[in-house]
Design a protein around this ligand. Structure first.
Ligand code: 5GP
Ligand code: MN
Length: 344
């Protein structure tokens, strides 16, 4: 559903009204939008007097650990028994920033069969039918923007407190690369205006999100650009790869490589970039593109993933070197999406 209809409003409002125990869920490897949207709901439900738990499938990025309410997030990977118990007792699920069961990883095995109302709010394409009430708008800048619309429509602007607003601002800011992409709709800025009126200190949030890393992370970024980036001019592509040893050598903390994949796009002529990170038994891949190059198609067709046209991700169940070979070998399939060479 691309719009919040009257039917959606009355159904979702009733489900919220009737539930006391609420569980909020987001996707694996949560980013600023996932945590911002989930934490905004966490504060909102607390303000309504609900018993609310926000469950994330796995580790949280260290650079977001300052966010209001984050210390209350239950990381399923490390507290499975408690997580299962809370999920089984839930009377309502609110799911944000994903629309495929696979994005919940193991948490989905407990959540999906539990037949209580589920509200899903998300901006990724091709939603799966995994919820009772689905608000899905692919053109939205971020899930956080949609969470604002949802709370405002159902409960009025007063329900957006300062903490709710701060969390939503983090979601919108990070998912638009600080308003440099996915942010051409006036609605995004109208909502940001309303968040600022709630007392959000945007400069301080920018500082906390982007200037809050270890020295090692900046050196890892340098190493990635200098020694771990390959450019394939023929396909207007550049990619980075990092081994487990690289991550160890630079004392990697969760979230440290977030954003690295964007840098190759600053090379003149490059329209497609990727990063491959060596994990235990597989390779994690992220893709970014410019214009009409479909990064999500590459993720979907070859790396078991998906995402947006210009930002997507997936996994490769192969060692790092083989994943890189595979990537280079499939690039020719996407030649039609490349810009034609300039004519003299
Ligand atoms: P990132 O590269 O920042 O991890 O993710 C970029 C986009 O791709 C996000 O919208 C995210 O939801 C999506 N994405 C990342 N990894 C996966 C994946 O493994 N599967 C799917 N379906 N989407 C992913
Ligand atoms: Mn998002």
């Amino acid at each position: 559903m691309e719009k919040i209809t009257d039917e959606f409003i009355s159904g979702a409002r009733q489900a919220i009204h009737e539930a006391h125990k609420v569980v909020i869920l987001t996707h694996k490897n949560p980013d600023g939008d996932a945590l911002g949207s989930g934490l905004a709901f966490f504060h909102f439900f607390k303000n309504l007097g609900k018993e609310v738990t926000f469950i994330a499938p796995n580790q949280l990025p260290v650079y977001l650990l300052w966010m209001p309410g984050i210390s209350d997030v239950l990381v399923y990977e490390t507290r499975k028994d408690q997580g299962k118990e809370i999920i089984r007792a839930a009377e309502l699920f609110v799911m944000v920033d994903f629309n495929h069961r696979s994005r919940l990883s193991e948490v989905g095995d407990v959540v999906i069969p539990h037949k209580v109302p589920k509200i899903l709010i998300d901006h990724h394409p091709y939603p799966e039918d995994i919820a009772t009430f689905i608000y899905s708008r692919t053109s939205s800048s971020s899930t956080a923007e949609m969470v604002f619309e949802f709370i405002e429509k159902l409960f009025g602007e007063d329900a957006v407190t300062k903490s709710v607003a701060e969390c939503l601002y983090v979601g919108i800011m990070t998912d638009t690369g600080s308003f440099s992409y996915n942010s051409s709709e006036p609605l995004t800025f109208a909502i940001v205006g309303k968040l600022l009126k709630k007392g959000v200190d945007k400069d301080s949030i920018t500082d906390k999100v982007y200037n809050n890393f270890s020295e090692h992370r900046l050196r890892l970024l340098g190493h990635s650009m200098n020694g771990r980036m390959r450019v394939v001019p023929e396909y207007q592509t550049a990619y980075i790869f990092l081994t487990k040893k690289d991550l160890d050598d630079y004392h990697h903390e969760p979230g440290d490589t977030e954003g690295f994949v964007n840098f190759p796009l600053s090379i003149r002529g490059v329209v497609f970039s990727a990063i491959f990170i060596e994990k235990e038994g597989y390779t994690k891949c992220s893709f970014r593109s410019k214009g009409s190059f479909p990064a999500n198609l590459v993720a979907k067709e070859h790396f078991g993933g998906g995402g947006h046209m210009n930002a997507a991700g997936g996994e490769c169940k192969m060692p790092l070197e083989d994943s890189l070979k595979k990537f280079e070998s499939i690039l020719s399939q996407y030649k039609t999406y490349l810009n034609p060479p300039d004519h003299e």
